[in-house]
Ligand binder design. Structure first.
Ligand SMILES: [Zn+2]
Length: 137
């Protein structure tokens, strides 16, 4: 975008600025600083894709907290603590062959039940033995 970006809603000039933006989810609320092009006349805002990432992250943190889920980096930490590859974790714990790849890349939200299972295993990794197929014990 060049220096003189015009609003496609009202035709007024837009300015590159960083302004507070409130994000809320299920009663939780947070304010992030959102960089983008703001119209000097109306409420139109244009965000670049890489500038939206901050609000995605803030939203993901709130959703994980509100719905009692786990964030991708927490899932990765627990899986590594259990010494499992992504494929092996999916095979033993369920969710389909590429479940952990999807959870950890942020492409899919982890289910509540899988998040609970990982929390239990995080507290007591030895219990993973109880879940291994008979051939691997
Ligand atoms: Zn405008």
């Amino acid at each position: 975008m060049d220096e003189r970006t015009l609003c496609h809603e009202c035709g007024a000039e837009m300015v590159l600025d960083t302004r507070p933006q409130e994000i809320s989810y299920k009663g939780l609320c947070t304010t992030i600083m959102q960089r983008g092009w703001y119209c000097t006349n109306c409420s139109e805002v244009l965000l670049n894709w890489d500038e939206v990432e901050g609000s995605f992250e803030a939203f993901a943190r709130m959703k994980a907290q509100a719905d009692n889920l786990l964030l991708p980096k927490e899932i990765t930490r627990i899986r590594k603590k259990l010494k499992l590859s992504q494929r092996k974790a999916s095979a033993i714990l369920g969710g389909g062959p590429h479940a952990f790849q999807r959870y950890e890349s942020g492409r899919d939200w982890i289910t509540r039940s899988m998040a609970n299972l990982l929390r239990l295993l995080d507290n007591d990794p030895n219990r993973l033995n109880e879940l291994l197929p008979r051939s691997e014990k």
